[in-house]
Design a binder for this molecule. Structure first.
Ligand code: SAM
Length: 238
């Protein structure tokens, strides 16, 4: 039996995906509100920076993995224009459903698909840009997911991974607040304890860079945001 992390807990690999699904089923309807509260709105700036670095242009094919409630898909849709496409995906139907409703309310219609990042249902070399925001740390086999991302990107295309990372020491205490905030606002301290613990268990900036290089990306760089609380890793398929 192989084990992996679910927050600070050690669990059977086969159990992790269903536990993660439980967390996101539970938070889906309040996800956007909690995201704003927990990050004091900063997630909007982190995502805006990601969109800027992605430099998506008309006609491009973009894949957003673990797209959840659709912030990135919504930002990319007007940039690709009528000749391009943004595919909005997530493993969790409840999160994706929230996202699809938001996109439709904004008058944006695009392909929405439930799929696992570790086994992407797309042909090789299909997308110009692939993004994953705050999703990688929830995946059981990050190496497998990164290899899949590499496979579906065109040569010269870009992967952007936005994720919590190794924060500067004085800011570390912030993660102790999350479960209390989750309990007060969403009545769900267990899910937010998992979020805080999974952030701390996620590979630091350099380790993730190495993982991405091992996943086949020729050039990988990262940008620390908000004292390293979050990092944007940008990889090119060379
Ligand atoms: C914290 S949310 C991020 C949502 C959105 N990208 C954002 O930044 O607001 C993490 C998402 O990762 C998704 N996820 C977890 N494991 C996944 C996997 N193996 N494949 C695809 N999505 C996954 C979850 O269902 C959840 O919607």
């Amino acid at each position: 039996m192989s084990t992996t992390h679910f927050g600070f807990e050690s669990v059977d690999e086969r159990e992790k995906a269903s536990r993660v699904r439980g967390v996101f089923d539970s938070v889906a309807s309040r996800y956007d509100l909690m995201n704003d509260l927990m990050s004091a709105g900063l997630h909007r700036a982190w995502k805006a920076y990601t969109v800027m670095v992605a430099n998506v242009r008309p006609g491009m094919a973009v894949l957003d993995i673990a797209g959840g409630t659709g912030d990135l898909a919504l930002a990319f849709a007007p940039k690709v224009g009528p000749t391009g496409v943004v595919v909005h995906t997530d493993i969790n139907a409840a999160m994706l459903g929230q996202g699809r409703n938001r996109l439709l309310d904004a008058g944006v219609v695009l392909p929405t698909l439930v799929c696992d990042a570790e086994s992407l249902p797309f042909p090789d070399a299909h997308f110009d840009v692939v993004t994953v925001a705050f999703g990688l740390r929830n995946m059981t086999h990050k190496d497998k997911a990164l290899a899949e991302m590499n496979r579906v990107i065109k040569p010269g295309g870009k992967l952007l991974v936005l994720e919590f990372s190794k924060v500067a020491k004085p800011l570390e205490k912030i993660y102790e607040v999350l479960p209390r905030l989750g309990k007060a606002v969403a009545g769900d301290d267990a899910s937010y304890r998992y979020l805080a613990e999974s952030i701390r268990m996620h590979p630091d900036q350099q380790t993730l860079k190495t993982l991405m290089q091992q996943g086949g990306f020729g050039h990988v760089d990262y940008h620390n945001l908000t004292g390293g609380m979050v990092a944007l890793h940008v990889a090119i398929k060379c």
